[in-house]
Design a protein around this ligand. Structure first.
Ligand SMILES: *Cc1c(COP(=O)(O)O)cnc(C)c1O
Length: 251
């Protein structure tokens, strides 16, 4: 349990802070260049710092450097970081695969859940949100752009997006804000993100407020911006290489 009023905020070393500042300048420059190439306003692309595996002190340092959105992919780790940083002025995004039994925990600290991909999860999150939150929880449907692969990173098939979206819209305690996807490993990200853009257009026919396209990571954010991403989720280009096998979506 957090006692945020007494918690001493963790602090990154000056050296680490400088490293993060350089990473952030670099990533912001890449986003700006990608927007210029695509004829888009950089204000239309929100940078979400994916802080998984990195300490809470890094999250605090990034926030002090102007980052307003942070993401985690594991409930236990996210919950602990949130508890030590509860007074920090950032939005917490949950981007990992989520089990139903974690819904009750996640709805207490997450502002946005990007990884809704099946009806049972809608039911679990909706129930938990109505019991434990005052405001609806913002959610995105994670779209599987790698159908037929056994990678197991989750996601709903493009053909099932409409029906899952209706379930979210009917829930009352969840607010559908858009779509999220990860480009398939080893495939052309442009083709994948173009497909995601099409799915988004179709979704907005029925849900005009579901405008977010959460796509693009360290390796492919330019492609995502080219295809309309409104939110890019960047980890390693910002914070450094994660220890292999620990929290990475890329094996
Ligand atoms: C880890 C992760 C990212 C960030 O990946 P990087 O390649 O480190 O930028 C983005 N999205 C999801 C869902 C992730 O799990």
């Amino acid at each position: 349990m957090s006692s945020s009023s007494e918690a001493v905020p963790p602090e990154a070393s000056a050296e680490r802070r400088a490293e993060l500042a350089a990473g952030l300048a670099d990533v912001r420059e890449r986003i700006a260049a990608a927007c210029a190439d695509a004829g888009r306003d950089p204000a239309g692309v929100t940078l979400i710092a994916v802080t998984k595996t990195w300490p809470a002190s890094d999250v605090a340092a990034l926030a002090s450097l102007g980052v307003r959105d942070v993401a985690e992919n594991k409930d236990q780790e996210a919950r602990a970081k949130f508890a030590s940083l509860a007074s920090l002025d950032v939005r917490w995004h949950f981007v990992g695969q989520l089990q139903r039994n974690k819904a009750r925990s996640v709805v207490r600290y997450a502002d946005v859940v990007h990884s809704v991909d099946r009806p049972e999860l809608v039911t679990a999150l909706a129930g938990a949100a109505s019991r434990h939150r005052e405001n609806p929880l913002d959610v995105l449907l994670q779209v599987d752009l790698d159908e037929g692969s056994s990678a197991g990173r989750g996601g709903v098939a493009p053909s099932a997006v409409a029906s899952l979206a209706s379930e979210v819209a009917a829930s009352g305690s969840l607010r559908l804000v858009g779509l999220m996807a990860v480009a398939p490993l080893g495939a052309d990200p442009d083709a994948a993100f173009a497909r995601l853009a099409d799915v988004s257009v179709a979704l907005r026919n029925d849900h005009e407020d579901a405008t977010w396209i959460s796509a693009g990571m360290s390796g492919d954010l330019e492609s995502a911006v080219r295809h309309g991403a409104t939110h890019v989720r960047v980890g390693s280009a910002l914070l450094g290489k994660r220890v292999s096998g620990h929290g990475s979506v890329r094996p």
